[in-house]
Design a protein around this ligand. Structure first.
Ligand code: NAP
Length: 286
């Protein structure tokens, strides 16, 4: 069977780099691309790439993801997350290519205790990064028919690359006997590999529109997640709960950002505890 040609934008990032092998395992011919080869803020750069690679599908995982930095670099953040997403949608329209775009729970205000469904009203976001991602979603929806895109919102990602929350806890437990972790923000930890597998499921089953693609078994707080990491590490480090106010950060975070995954059958959604164990083993942390 001929493999589908998939352009993976943001392939050097935490999600992108882990997604390559999952996509290839699932019979996609992957063209991994990132800066400097392709810049999503430059329409010509995208146009040239599409002409050369002739993709049948695009997965856009490229983004400006420094949530606190976005408060100081609003222009760059919007340039990439809002106008970059618009550019990707424009070339997808021009070349009649299906777009899978990765988005975030930050498009919601984070005040819904029971969690957000795909069709819930978006905005207002609580920070600049969220606003920019929200604008990205809006622009994609304006440009493309709902049958020509799939927006996958995810949250609390961890993977092989970058200094993500799980790695931070692993390293903190080696250096400290006691750590303080936020206990008033709710969400679901999501392993990059699980996200990639959920996206493959949605693509193979011809889903379009909006999907929430997160780990199973939540929601929990960062404190609860840290406790589980410490337990699996068999570390004696004590984890203490604190409120977000104590941790001074430039960007506000949503309190109840929990995304409810309604499109993917339960048997395809791995429980976050199982994923965490698999990840820690893969990284040789346990
Ligand atoms: N991490 C999370 O917890 C989380 C949660 C919810 C949603 N998401 C979303 O998931 C997606 C993947 O996130 P991630 O954590 O894998 O992010 P990441 O590690 O920061 O990867 C993003 C990639 O995009 C690249 N990029 C930035 N500007 C670009 C441009 N103008 N043109 C082309 N590529 C560009 C980055 O390159 P540089 O590194 O050189 O800038 C990086 O390689 C993003 O859409 C993000 O918004 C992430």
């Amino acid at each position: 069977m001929r493999k589908k040609r998939v352009l993976l934008l943001g392939s050097n990032g935490m999600f992108g780099s882990d997604a390559i092998s999952i996509l290839e395992k699932n019979e996609f011919e992957v063209f991994p691309l990132d800066l400097p080869e392709v810049d999503i803020t430059d329409l010509n750069s995208l146009d040239k790439t599409f002409k050369e690679r002739k993709p049948e599908m695009v997965i856009n995982a490229s983004a400006y993801t420094d949530v606190d930095g976005a408060e100081r670099n609003r222009e760059l953040c919007f340039k990439v997350n809002a106008f970059g997403a618009l550019n990707v949608a424009k070339v997808c329209k021009d070349f009649n290519v299906f777009l899978v775009h990765i988005s975030t729970d930050y498009v919601f205000p984070g005040d819904k205790k029971e969690g957000y469904l795909e069709e819930d009203e978006m905005g207002p976001s609580v920070n600049t990064y969220g606003e920019s991602k929200l604008q990205g979603e809006i622009k994609i929806k304006e440009i493309l028919d709902s049958t020509n895109f799939l927006i996958c919102r995810t949250q609390w990602l961890y993977g092989k690359k970058r200094n993500n929350f799980v790695k931070k806890i692993v390293f903190m437990t080696k250096e400290k006997s006691e750590i303080e972790i936020i206990d008033d923000q709710w969400g679901v930890p999501t392993w990059t590999k699980d996200l990639a597998e959920q996206i493959v499921y949605l693509i193979k089953n011809n889903f379009c529109g909006f999907a929430h693609t997160v780990g199973g078994g939540g929601p929990i707080t960062w404190y609860q997640f840290a406790k589980e990491i410490v337990e699996l590490l068999k570390s004696n480090c004590i984890v203490k709960p604190i409120s977000s106010e104590k941790l001074k950060r430039d960007a506000k975070r949503p309190k109840y950002g929990f995304l409810r995954n309604t499109k993917i059958p339960k048997e395809f959604v791995r429980n976050y505890k199982e994923s965490l164990k698999m990840y820690l083993k893969e990284e040789s942390f346990i």
